[in-house]
Design a binder for this molecule. Structure first.
Ligand code: PMT
Length: 222
């Protein structure tokens, strides 16, 4: 932690994709680069917060002043978050966590054959929902919503279903959101809405962190 509006506060942030193994050399994953989550972690540290960043498999340098925990799968990410969430003042879930994983991981490389093949998928734990459901949940819990359509309804749905303080929604699709340098966010709280126009993820993250800091102060003055 350092000087700034979030001095003395600790945040846990998730970033990047998760990789769900099919066999020793293959996985199910997604196009998240980790850029958005790393930018949020960096902006929180710049604002003076102490930051634990739980990162899926990405190729990015650790932001200055951030404590990084590398994980592979959704279950590993869940475990790493639960190991450092106690006493945290804030949680920001930016990771594109795989909703499902293969029911079993083959011990040996799966062989090719002429037959078609089906992979059974089972649901992964929901990290954000589990953080928000804790008795001692952090004062501010922020989710992201990646949507290809109907941004506001989906975002407001997540806000209520997971009992979040804020949802940052982004439109995703081909060349949008995932694995790009720029992004745009629509941020929703129960009573308010902020439209953050398209810009570099680093700049966008600072604007989101300003909203988070304002929210943290509101909570504490109540
Ligand atoms: O990494 P980049 O290339 O920079 O791309 C950034 C991004 C597009 C991945 C990011 O901005 C983003 O939108 N992240 C959330 C992506 C997502 O998977 O959203 P979702 O609607 O599936 O999940 C909703 C929320 O629940 C998210 O906060 C997610 O972290 C969380 N979640 C979801 C499933 C799960 N099992 N555990 C979770 O914690």
């Amino acid at each position: 932690g350092g000087e700034g509006p979030l001095s003395g506060r600790r945040f846990v942030v998730t970033a990047g994709p998760t990789h769900e193994p099919l066999d020793p050399v293959r996985f199910i994953g997604n196009r998240s680069s980790g850029r958005m989550g790393f930018a949020v972690a960096a902006a929180l540290a710049e604002a003076g917060a102490e930051v634990d960043l739980v990162a899926g498999p990405v190729h990015l340098a650790t932001p200055h002043g951030v404590r990084r925990h590398d994980v592979g799968t959704a279950r590993e990410m869940h475990r790493a978050v639960m190991a450092c969430i106690d006493g945290a003042d804030g949680f920001v879930g930016v990771a594109a966590v795989a909703d499902y994983r293969p029911a079993s991981e083959a011990g040996d490389k799966i062989k090719k054959s002429a037959e078609s093949m089906a992979v059974e998928l089972v649901p992964n734990p929901d990290i954000l929902a589990d953080v928000a459901a804790r008795n001692d949940r952090p004062a501010v819990v922020v989710g992201f919503a990646a949507e290809t359509r109907d941004l506001e309804n989906a975002a407001r749905g997540k806000l209520e279903a997971k009992k979040l303080d804020l949802v940052a929604a982004n439109r995703v699709g081909k060349d949008l959101g995932f694995d790009s340098e720029d992004n745009a966010l629509e941020v929703f709280s129960a009573g308010r809405h902020w439209a953050l126009s398209p810009k570099a993820k680093t700049a966008l993250a600072r604007e989101l962190v300003a909203i988070i800091a304002e929210r943290m102060l509101e909570r504490e003055s109540r």
